[in-house]
Ligand binder design. Structure first.
Ligand SMILES: C[S@@+](CC[C@H](N)C(=O)[O-])C[C@H]1O[C@@H](n2cnc3c(N)ncnc32)[C@H](O)[C@@H]1O
Length: 387
């Protein structure tokens, strides 16, 4: 089969319309091909968030002219691993779905369990499981939803390689691959592809399921190259500023690093995501003993201006820190890709790149406080506001 296996891939000319807004960027080309090859009649995704994976499935349905019925199930509130987010996400996802895919795609805003009744046993041809990533949650979702998948149907599980931050998908995946044919993409956070029982396979999947073999190696290399190119494109968009025009630019991630030893690690951070242009208040819960080293607040925000009216750290024991004006604002240190600009009321921060950081002073939070909460009142603007 050799290079033939690449020749017919639909993704050779695929340009994703929604990307860089989740952890799915590295797997989009494969997902696009999978839909084109399997031509599922019914596709269901559990865990959609901003729609990086889901809208890729939908794009494939349209561009490859497949009559798939698609459903996205999510409460659109976020979770422990995805972080919390505000209503902006659902508003944007539903508007995008309405404008582009309304005739075959339905968003079910619901808990996964509550949506079970909408699907008959054995009805789903392609199921994507991408909800909360603790082992317990994944086992629960899988147990409830596998009966909905038809014999011979396919399951996708995302993040099967991630072993930190309390992720347990990899454990569930390790058990599942004992019970059916499967392939694990070792790209990015890892994508598992599993078939329920037996059934015919398109040659592309046959090659992957029986890898290592020449065709399988070519495919893996092909998807690796496509993923790398897309990531390069995103880097380029940050460098030339065109990131502002992408779906990515419509929201901002606020990430708080709470290490007590001064080292900043992703696994010792919590985050939330908010929409732009109006004043918002977000509260992010921190673990005990936060604040012993300076809290660091990062913004992932595409060249915006951020006005911060206040930053408060409090708990059930009271208020431990408040910055809402001159002297306290002056004690906040800006590092990385951010620049403080003069403003009479707010702490105005201009984002100049990918990694702006604010360092708060060391806080004196009693060790007995179990859950400090940092609350920011802020407004994020794509252009610098006049006030
Ligand atoms: C990892 S994100 C999904 C990522 C998405 N597939 C993408 O391409 O970016 C997980 C999502 O699942 C949702 N979620 C988690 N558990 C849920 C549950 N039990 N019911 C409904 N939604 C849930 C969260 O709100 C979150 O948006």
């Amino acid at each position: 089969m050799g290079t033939d296996v690449l020749a017919g891939l639909a993704s050779r000319s695929f340009q994703p319309r929604v990307y860089g807004v989740g952890a799915w960027t590295d797997n989009l080309h494969f997902a696009y091909d999978l839909v084109a090859l399997l031509k599922p009649r019914l596709l269901v995704e559990l865990g959609t968030d901003r729609g990086e994976s889901y809208f890729c499935f939908c794009q494939s349905v349209v561009e490859n002219r497949i009559g798939t019925r698609c459903f996205a199930v999510d409460n659109w509130r976020g979770d422990l691993h995805a972080g919390g987010y505000d209503e902006t996400t659902f508003e944007q996802v539903s508007a995008y779905n309405r404008q582009n895919y309304a005739n075959f795609s339905t968003l079910l805003r619901s808990a996964f369990d509550a949506a079970l009744a909408q699907f008959a046993d054995g009805a789903i041809d392609l199921l994507h499981l991408d909800g909360l990533h603790t082992e317990e949650a994944v086992r629960h979702d899988l147990e409830r939803w596998l009966p909905k998948l038809r014999a011979g149907g396919f399951l996708l599980m995302h993040d099967v390689l991630v072993r930190n931050r309390g992720f347990g998908v990899w454990k569930v995946w390790a058990d599942l691959i004992q019970r059916g044919r499967a392939f694990t993409f070792q790209i990015g956070p890892g994508l598992g592809v599993w078939q329920k029982g037996e059934g015919s396979l398109p040659p592309m999947l046959e090659s992957l399921f029986t890898a290592p073999n020449e065709s399988g190696d070519l495919l893996i290399e092909y998807y690796r190259r496509k993923a790398a190119r897309l990531q390069q494109e995103i880097t380029q968009q940050w460098q030339d500023g065109s990131i502002r025009q992408t779906a990515f630019a419509q929201q901002t991630i606020v990430q708080v690093f709470h290490t007590h030893d001064g080292a900043h690690r992703e696994e010792d951070s919590v985050f939330a995501r908010i929409g732009h242009e109006s004043w918002k208040e977000i509260s992010i819960s921190l673990p005990a003993r936060s604040g012993a080293a300076p809290l660091r607040i990062d913004f992932v925000s595409a060249f915006t201006t951020i006005d911060i009216a206040s930053i408060v750290v409090g708990s059930s024991a009271g208020e431990h820190y408040r910055a809402d004006g001159g002297r306290e604002f002056g004690a906040i240190r800006v590092e990385g890709d951010g620049k403080r600009e003069p403003h009479d009321k707010s702490f105005r921060l201009k984002i100049t790149g990918l990694d702006p950081q604010l360092y708060l002073p060391i806080l004196n939070i009693p060790e007995t406080v179990e859950q400090p909460v940092v609350t920011l009142r802020l407004r994020i603007s794509s252009v610098t506001p006049n006030d």
